[in-house]
Ligand binder design. Sequence first.
Ligand code: PLP
Length: 391
Amino acid sequence: MEDEITQRSRAVEWSGIRVMFALADGIPDVINLGIGQPDFDTPEFIRDAAKKALDDGFTRYPPAKGFGDLREAVAEKLKRENGIEADPASEIFVAVGAMQVIFNTILHVVEPGQEVMVIDPGYDYYSQIRLFGGVPVAVPAFEKNGFKVDPSDIRAAVTDKTRLLILNTPSNPTGAMLDREILESVAGIAVEHDMLVLSDEPYEHIVFDGNRHVSLASLDGMKERTISAYTLSKSYAMTGWRVGYAAAPKALIDEMEKLMEHMVSGVTAVAQRAALAAITAPQDCVKEMVASYERRRRIVHEGLNGIKGITCLEPESTFYAFPNISAFGLSSWDFARYLVKEHRVAVVPGSIFGRRGEGYVRLSFAADDEKLEEGIRRIGRAAAALRRRKG
Ligand SMILES: Cc1ncc(COP(=O)(O)O)c(C=O)c1O
């Protein structure tokens, strides 16, 4: 069978994060700070809504682009929180997580040979881009700028083959947020060069220090060229429910709906009912979880910076820290492998997030205080051992 697998499929790589976890799996008493998901259970009222939906008969095929009342609730949320006016009938699509929005967007708008700009270091969109024949073009984001992309670097990367820019704010893995000024410059470049932008915003609610998330599609001239991707996964601790949504121009939403019919027929009905409950309820559960992440951020940020050889910017958002480990002279994979094998802490090698992620690792602080404190202690011991080794 192996010989019959298409080149297209072969071009897709196994997720580096999975490879790392396979390593961690066999190690007893490992502290896994690699996982990119909330450690909280989905709030009870959301679980109750799903149970009720089962009893109410939500057991049949749902509409391919999502239940109408859910799309209406999403439209209200987009208006209230994101400043985006989207028609629930034609400009919103309920998806299997933000992941499906990313996949569909690239499939529908990128022709083979066209270029897709991604931020480096940034979330790994490379496999999806290559699967559909697109050419990823990495735009650097520098630690000295807090890992915020400089719009002039986006401008410099534009060619006549550029089709799409993928922007992820707040950023996984760096925890950087793009402020209004940067986004306005990016919007100007997108309009000037007639570019589409996929604005991937899964961490919109997980922001600290009173920062406010700005959605690119809310800026002048952007709604008609932006595909905005959102998810219930992170805000409501619902990674396993697989519900997200897109706001985009009608032509693209139509394509998503059409393909959904041919592919999986829609997002699981009860999961959509749970999503409706989550979005329409008072948002206290989100605030409580974000307050925990903000507190845990301090443990990780102070802990890491207390270790000789490691420096770490304070994440403004998300539940990720992205410490610089280049002083040890190891590749980020070798550092992560050493850490998990010898000191039983799993982190994600930064190079998974692009060439410029080399020299960093990603740590998730979606874990309880005790685990974080012990994880930091172990990283401290690993760092001391590496320093002795280096002499
Ligand atoms: C930047 C980014 N985009 C998209 C996703 C996918 O999220 P979902 O669970 O909604 O598919 C993730 C998940 O980690 C993410 O970090």
